[in-house]
Design a protein around this ligand. Structure first.
Ligand SMILES: *[C@@H]1O[C@H](CO)[C@@H](O)[C@H](O)[C@H]1NC(C)=O
Ligand SMILES: *[C@@H]1O[C@H](CO)[C@@H](O)[C@H](O)[C@H]1NC(C)=O
Ligand SMILES: *[C@@H]1O[C@H](CO)[C@@H](O)[C@H](O)[C@H]1NC(C)=O
Ligand SMILES: *[C@@H]1O[C@H](CO)[C@@H](O)[C@H](O)[C@H]1NC(C)=O
Ligand SMILES: *[C@@H]1O[C@H](CO)[C@@H](O)[C@H](O)[C@H]1NC(C)=O
Ligand SMILES: *[C@@H]1O[C@H](CO)[C@@H](O)[C@H](O)[C@H]1NC(C)=O
Length: 338
């Protein structure tokens, strides 16, 4: 005991002390900086998390619980923060609880409610019997006409409880023989984690399964112009709806020229050296030799494509010194002169 104490108390040679301490300090702050943490795990519709923080340590576990009235599918409820700083792929869905189907119809007359959690369907006295709803009873419907009686050619509109997707025809018509034209189904539909777009990115995408009707937003890299809807939706086919495209800007392929841009004279070499955006237009000045006048030709940037007008002549260094630029010539008076 006493000898150990004596060892610990032994003075460190002064020449060794500072580098060792520095190394020790360095390695320590280094470890701290490299150590991975996980962000908040992805949100799951109709679920709550047992621990809600901004940052989670590696190895930390979270557990999702479906809200009252919802129950988990066979996806995992517990997730661990991985050493990569990511959460394992999230497969949990919270689905509305199903209630037992109603008893069989008698004399085409019945009322029932609470057919599924938080929803009610009431009907009675019908010439078309109420539709017999599928076993996975998260389907409800509304009459499009006032009253609680369905007659020949009346239509009803079906709805599925979110996040389930309606597969089939959402409207049904009461047929002459007292049956409904069709009954749709409600299904769990998921879309894979969406894939990004060229020259753009997805905003806040989480590594998880997406439900039917969930949407993600896209952005474009600087200088690129978005074409199409900013959002893409998980469709009932399990595919994402059409994503937007990012259209490329154009360089103007001349060294020097005066052009019209947004109605103002600009020099390509100074004002437009970074080019123009997709969809923008510049006007070039061309010369009508016979009439000694200048006219303009519009050229648009189309996804990085930009074609100079055939009549445009880029001026050489000497010519630009001694001659007026076409942009300063008298404008041709009408189109016939061009
Ligand atoms: C329609 O519903 C109302 C109340 O919901 C009920 O009083 C009435 O009897 C129903 N009509 C028929 C024809 O069943
Ligand atoms: C859905 O059913 C209605 C009749 O209720 C019919 O008129 C319509 O064409 C159907 N729609 C599709 C997409 O099949
Ligand atoms: C009712 O009529 C439709 C179309 O006319 C037919 O497809 C269907 O099989 C009939 N249903 C019954 C129960 O007769
Ligand atoms: C899909 O989501 C939008 C809101 O983003 C909502 O307005 C719409 O009713 C939903 N459609 C279905 C069929 O659930
Ligand atoms: C997704 O779309 C492609 C092409 O449009 C289609 O071939 C495929 O069947 C769709 N996927 C699903 C799950 O319907
Ligand atoms: C660009 O122009 C070339 C040649 O005219 C054409 O083949 C190409 O499809 C164009 N690209 C776009 C995006 O318009």
């Amino acid at each position: 005991m006493s000898s150990a104490g004596a060892q610990a108390a032994a003075p460190v040679p002064p020449s060794l002390f500072p580098p060792v301490l520095t190394l020790w300090l360095l390695s320590c702050s280094c470890c701290h900086r490299v150590k991975a943490v996980c962000p908040r795990p992805p949100e799951v519709l109709f679920a709550t998390l047992n621990v809600d923080k901004k940052v989670y340590e590696v190895g930390e576990e979270v557990e999702y619980t479906c809200r009252p009235g919802f129950m988990p599918n066979n996806g995992q409820r517990k997730y661990t923060c991985l050493p990569t700083g990511k959460w394992a792929f999230n497969t949990l869905l919270c689905l509305p609880k199903r209630c037992p189907p109603p008893p069989p119809l008698k004399n085409g007359k019945m009322n029932f409610e609470e057919f599924q959690y938080q929803s009610s369907v009431t009907f009675s006295s019908v010439s078309c019997a109420p539709p017999s709803l599928p076993e996975f009873s998260v389907l409800s419907y509304r009459r499009l006409h006032a009253g609680n009686v369905s007659h020949f050619l009346d239509t009803i509109l079906f709805e599925c409880v979110p996040p389930l997707a309606l597969i089939g025809n959402e409207t049904a018509t009461c047929l002459a023989n007292g049956t409904w034209s069709s009954i749709p189904e409600c299904k769990v539909v998921t879309c894979p984690t969406p894939i990004g777009i060229e020259n753009g990115f997805i905003e806040f995408v989480a590594r998880r399964t997406y439900h039917y009707n969930e949407s993600v937003s896209f952005g474009c890299q600087p200088g690129y112009v978005m074409e199409g809807s900013k959002h893409s939706r998980c469709e009932n086919t399990g595919n994402w709806s059409t994503k937007p495209a990012c259209r490329a800007p154009c360089k103007i392929p001349v060294k020097k020229a005066v052009v019209l841009y947004n109605g103002e004279k600009k020099t390509v070499q100074n004002d437009l050296k970074d080019g123009i955006l997709h969809g923008e237009t510049v006007s070039f000045f061309c010369k009508n030799k016979e009439k000694s006048c200048a006219y303009t030709v519009d050229v648009a940037c189309v996804d990085g494509n930009f074609t100079l007008p055939a009549c445009f002549k880029e001026r050489g260094f000497f010519s630009s010194l001694v001659k007026k630029d076409y942009s300063e010539m008298k404008a041709c008076e009408d189109e016939a002169e061009q």
